[in-house]
Design a protein. Structure first.
Length: 135
């Protein structure tokens, strides 16, 4: 499998970790397998926040598996990936939809994901996102 194909698969697994449609729980533990333990996660916009992997997962576990956000999925709609040796960077657009506190919603934004090739394959070192509806 080419590096690009591996990164495409890793990215699809990343987005799938948040999916709780059809009554299934989101598999957020998957993020611990996809990201390096010291990975950095950054939400941009007016509520700028930088997270460790565990700081990022904890509130999403409650939100996605605690019943407030159901029928949720997000997916990549376009991407540009650059690979040089054992490092890669992906810049992509995404969409999301679900039911939050009983109200349907849809949105989208931009994510950038950084990757490195480890002895165990490609892993995410960091990602950042910006929601289009952030104001």
């Amino acid at each position: 499998m080419s590096s690009k194909a591996e990164i495409d698969t890793l990215t699809a697994e990343f987005f799938a970790a948040f999916d709780n449609r059809d009554g299934k729980g989101a598999d957020l533990d998957r993020l611990r397998r996809l990201l390096l333990p010291g990975g950095l996660i950054v939400k941009t916009g007016p509520q700028f926040t930088a997270y460790t992997v565990d700081e990022f997962i904890a509130p999403r576990e409650e939100l996605l598996n605690g019943g407030r956000l159901v029928g949720f999925a997000e997916w990549e709609t376009s991407e540009r990936t650059e690979i040089t040796g054992d490092i890669a960077s992906r810049f992509g657009r995404y969409r999301k939809a679900g039911i939050l506190d009983g109200e349907p919603f849809e949105g989208g934004g931009t994510k950038t994901i950084q990757f490195v090739r480890t002895p165990d394959g490609w892993r995410i070192t960091a990602f950042s996102w910006y929601d289009d509806d952030a104001s």
